[in-house]
Unconditional design. Structure first.
Length: 79
């Protein structure tokens, strides 16, 4: 199963830093996570960047393999 890794506000909203999600695409994984954790996570995801294998995800319809890791990176303050 693909793994979602949550950082900062995403981890707080999900109540965990990582979890396995049964999904075959980025959008399906995000939908499952939102269904499991609710509207606070939905809000964070809407404003987050996503990385798959260290690469920015611009197309949320991208497929996921069983061993993929999808990072959810909310905006960070500072610089």
């Amino acid at each position: 199963m693909p793994t979602l890794r949550y950082f900062a506000a995403a981890a707080e909203a999900a109540g965990t830093e990582r979890e396995e999600i049964s999904a075959d695409s980025v959008s399906a994984a995000l939908e499952a996570a939102i269904e499991a954790h609710g509207p606070k996570l939905a809000h964070v995801i809407a404003h987050s960047s996503l990385l798959l294998k260290g690469q920015y995800v611009g197309d949320r319809s991208m497929g996921l393999a069983a061993d993929d890791v999808l990072d959810v990176l909310p905006p960070f303050a500072g610089g």
